[in-house]
Design a protein around this ligand. Sequence first.
Ligand code: UDP
Length: 331
Amino acid sequence: MNILVTGGAGYIGSVVVEECLRDGHKTFVYDNLVKGHRENVAEEAVFIEGDLLDGNLLGKVFRENEIEAVIHMAAYSLVGESVGNPAKYYQNNVVAGLSLLDAMRDCEIKKIVFSSTAAVYGEPEKQPVEESDRLAPTNPYGETKLAFEHALRWYENAYGLHYASLRYFNAAGASEKCGELHDPETHLIPLVLQAAIGKRSHVEIYGEDYPTRDGTCVRDYIHVIDLARAHILALKILDEKSAIYNLGCGGAGYTVREVIDVATEVTGLEIPVRVADRRAGDPAVLIAGSDKIKNDLGWNPEFQDLRLIIESAWKWLRNHMKKEEAKSKVS
Ligand code: UDP
């Protein structure tokens, strides 16, 4: 298939592009590089620098390349930032998203896989969280992702669009070439690894008074390659229907302290830790019920062990640092 991946230069997007290529698809990346990195885009993919609000460019790209399906990953994704600046999130995650849907409609493209999030559930009433559970986002990030999911449902109803909405839990780890590099970095695993190598003085634990096994928050970490593979499977249902799926490994998840302990073992380095206040809006536990995608599509995550996830992130970080050092010596 000819597939266009919006946000395909981002952390998860670039791994999705690798998996699309591996599955034999002709893959186009559409990214404005506000958050993405051009060098993350696989050489075999066609890169187009563009903004989702530019409907004319989108239409031209769709038509010239006979795009048949879109994987829509371009979005802002920081919970804290979204609370302080909801306008930025509504503009990009909703308004720009609708511009994409309308360009698709003009070009009669009827298949879309959408990167959604566990944040659509807010504070879940039970664990593991299932797709049919209450949707009650507690921040503009989750709210804007949910708004787009709702738009998809109505566009399906009126225009015959088929969509797969994938609600990610905690994506982590790296492929051989692509890893997590945000600016600013707010995610636990890259922060912990940066503290291990001394790029940060310490890592903060946001609260140790949660009702969990060691008082720190529990999350469901999913390897970015397993996450990416789910997109490829999801594409295959879109001839017939739409669906919404959670994506996580389930089980008991891992506490913040368990993440730090595993990272200490993997790196063999001391990771200085300080306990800080809770971060606003953090639910105590978030575990995905992912039976639906396993049963419907046969999705079966390969890297369920946190050690494998952290090992891949660690390998990528060290390679990345070597490359950066080499670059700075040349310049
Ligand atoms: N966390 C932490 N210290 C940090 C960053 C994150 O204790 O410096 C905790 C955070 O409270 C959450 C977990 O680690 O319970 C995962 O946070 P992250 O930001 O990676 O992902 P989120 O769960 O917010 O999507």
